[in-house]
Design a protein around this ligand. Structure first.
Ligand code: FAD
Length: 470
């Protein structure tokens, strides 16, 4: 009798824990529950939803090649998942269900409800820890708590990692026909925003594997030196593929092992720095489970709950639209809106600018990022925002406030990134692009800074000092 594999943000057939496990049990039927209204309520925007849909189409073709039909259902709410999956199990005579776990609170609750419903129906539903090397709760501090700081977490991760934890799962061999065809896939309905051109981020395992290979061949060893310079393609740009599971972290780590004489923690400085970022990704997933308040719009650092964020609609609009008068912030925000992606250095700079210079609630920025990012992923996005706002784990100490102009001169020294995204500034001498004076701008249409760095910094410090630590 068949077994169901429920695909979610794990759109691949290679190295897929649930699929590999199910295929050992019997013929497989794949299911995708498109939960558009629920995902939209979670804040995912058109770019990610479009990429998700294109990823499912590629997945269906790959599954067809294995003789596995993909059933597609639309649901409005996660609450409909148990009944929808049980109905499919009954229609197809399936004995059980496998899926790879997702970690934010709502997803955990949805999955627990599915497991319970299957159990009550005398069927089994099994969740697998696929997107992490260690299940949340497996790595704990000496006191038995979840780690709230990255460095000791990373140390424990490396110390306790065994080869089995990151061994690749076999791709199933094609199965005999089971007399069930894949469903046609519905297109994406009209959304509030129009998605960016799909060619920017081609979906599927093929493009993901190509990018990984190119990254490791040409950039991996230079990663530590180049990762902070947004004008240089120094990072992997794999985040959308990792976020939707078109590539697994194990595939990334195995590729590093092959390039780095079998080591992850030592050896080439570029490759080990890259591994560290994959560990950050895992850390924020553990944080979401260990400190579920972060999934409920609450700060990790409880004492920052009372911070006096400013209401400043004009400031927020200027930030969103890339017209703050700080070129590095504006160029970055334009990159985000145009491509659905922003360089990590600039995510830190723009997030800190909103939370500190404008003293606007970081949750508004978090939501704006999610609306535009093609790699929008709750754990990493929330972790990054809370870091920048000094409300999170490893938070930047509140008095650490990037000077956007210094960041610009340091990380875009020849103003190339600025010229690319702010063509109005491209004719200025490179050095003048970072903080163009109105004199120099002449007739060029570019706004003056909406806040003065020193005054804004002082205002933010005062707001943080007014808080009582836990
Ligand atoms: P690389 O430098 O090549 O890193 C490899 C992979 O490691 C990434 O693809 C990503 O999966 C992971 N990674 C890298 N840095 C981090 C990090 N700091 N935290 C967690 N995982 C990381 N990343 C997302 O995937 N989705 C988000 O929604 C997201 N929002 C962010 C918001 C803010 C405010 C900040 C500061 C960071 C955010 N990040 C997010 C983390 C990071 O900026 C991106 O993962 C990275 O820029 C993606 O580019 P890349 O694939 O070239 O990364």
């Amino acid at each position: 009798r068949p077994v169901i594999v429920w695909f979610r943000s794990d759109l691949r057939i290679q190295d897929h824990t649930a699929l590999a496990t199910a295929a050992r049990q019997g013929p497989v039927i794949a299911v995708f529950l498109r939960s558009l209204p629920h995902w939209q309520r979670h804040g995912h925007g058109a770019n990610k939803l479009d990429f998700w849909g294109r990823g499912v189409a590629v997945l269906r073709d790959s599954l067809d090649g294995l003789g596995i039909p993909l059933l597609h259902r639309d649901i409005d709410d996660f609450g409909e998942a148990p009944a929808t999956l049980l109905a499919i199990a009954r229609e197809t005579g399936a004995v059980g269900l496998h899926f790879n776990r997702e970690y934010p609170v709502d997803e955990l609750a949805r999955d627990a409800a599915v497991i319970e419903a299957f159990d009550e129906a005398g069927l089994t539903a099994s969740g697998h820890h696929d997107a992490v090397a260690f299940a949340p709760g497996e790595l704990l501090t000496g006191k038995g708590d979840y780690y709230g700081v990255f460095t000791p977490f990373a140390r424990a991760w490396h110390r306790q990692l065994t080869p089995e934890r990151i061994a690749l799962h076999d791709t199933p061999t094609p199965q005999a026909p089971i007399g069930l065809a894949s469903d046609p896939l519905p297109g994406l309905p009209e959304l509030a925003d129009t998605p960016i051109d799909g060619r920017t981020w081609p979906a599927g395992e093929g493009p993901a594997a190509d990018r990984l290979e190119r990254f490791l061949r040409f950039r991996g060893r230079h990663y530590a030196a180049q990762r902070d310079f947004p004008a240089t393609p120094g990072t992997s740009e794999l985040s959308p593929y990792l976020a939707l599971g078109m590539l697994s972290h194990r595939q990334c780590l195995q590729a590093v092992l092959a390039e780095n004489d079998g080591a992850l923690a030592e050896g080439d400085a570029g490759l080990t720095a890259w591994v560290n970022e994959l560990v950050w990704r895992e850390f924020y997933r553990h944080v979401a489970v260990g400190f579920p308040r972060v999934c409920r719009h609450r700060p990790f650092q409880r004492h920052t709950e009372g911070l006096a964020w400013r209401d400043d609609e004009a400031g927020f609009a200027a930030w969103c639209e890339g017209r703050t008068g700080y070129p590095i912030v504006d160029a970055a925000m334009r990159q985000l809106v145009a491509t659905g992606w922003m360089h990590n250095r600039l995510r830190m700079v723009t997030a800190m600018f909103l939370a500190k210079h404008l003293l606007i609630d970081w949750r508004r920025g978090e939501a704006f990022f999610l609306r535009h990012l093609v790699d929008g992923e709750f754990c990493a996005n929330n972790g990054g925002w809370q870091w920048a706002a000094s409300t999170g784990t490893d938070a930047a100490p509140y008095f650490r406030i990037f000077n956007p102009t210094t960041q610009s001169t340091r990380f875009d020294p020849d103003g190339r990134f600025l010229a690319e995204w702010l063509p109005a500034l491209a004719d200025l001498p490179a050095k003048a692009r970072h903080a163009p004076s109105q004199d120099l701008l002449g007739g060029v249409d570019y706004p003056p800074p909406i806040v003065d760095h020193r005054a804004a910094r002082a205002r933010a410090l005062e707001a943080f000092k007014a808080l009582t630590p836990d």
